[in-house]
Unconditional design. Sequence first.
Length: 342
Amino acid sequence: MKFYGRFRRVGTLTVLAAGLCISSAAAHAAGSPAVAGKVPPLAAQGSAALGISPEQRLREELRLLLLDMIESGAFGQTPVDQISLSIDAPAERAGGLGLLVDSSSAAAASDGLHVLGATPGGSASRMGLRAGDVIVAVNDVGLAGLGADGAGRARAAERLREQVGSLEDGAPLNFRIVRDGNERSVSGVMVSAWVPALHLTVGDGVALASARDSRRSAAAAAQGCGRVNIFDVAPRQRDLHAAVLISIDGERSPFEGQTTFRLSAGRHELKVAERIESRYLSFNDRLRNSGPDSRYKTLSIDVAPNTTYLLAARLNEDKRNVWRDGAYWDPVIWSETAETCR
């Protein structure tokens, strides 16, 4: 999933659909028996599942998903009674335009972004955009003749993402398009769906807690606690990207894939690595990862009780070509929200 109206690249195409992104090939595969057999029954039943409570449906979907993960070897050789996952995610914007455009090259978008499809019922479809249209401007910002980005793809796709991603729900949205050789405009408003905050624990986290976690839990109980969250919902239009928490106060983070970390109130030292997509950088991964400590940076944070902090990697636009010593990025706390911690 991608949020805040971001693009997800599928081969040489770009999907602008801040929620579920499916390429034409993926959509075709979803109807094949090999794939359909993996779809949880309740999700496949559609209206037939309407009589089931949300709790029942979620419980069954999670059970089937975990079973599929275990059978496919996702947890490796870990015994079932030792599987432990903790997932926390803030409320997320999970609905966007539902628009598939060709971003394969600068030449493909020399006259604008060519629409390859629009999700039925999505914002783009409701506004009247359809396959074959060529988008030449969005909210009076031109998209034709913008050249290629560092990865050779049409820069117009990034410009469209930035313009749409910066809009609040209800904001006016106008596309100037060419259809059948004639220029016209289609318009509407930005509409998004939102997914509520998620707090999910799988397995017996208490039995598997380390001595360090026990100490932190005791400190949190005495002083209060807050959380650091690395779930990637950082808005790219603000040059914010995904980050990974390597260690807290000199101790490595405990779980692969964990996104939320509970900390006692007070000052903490976070060692952070960036996960900026290569298309935003002008140098290769060999240079990016050179040097023993060039991949990591330290951020000091004063944690207040009952506060959740969103951590991200900020791309420094004025130094985006400077790879030495990681000058191109810095770890930042980009959002703070009040949320009970205990």
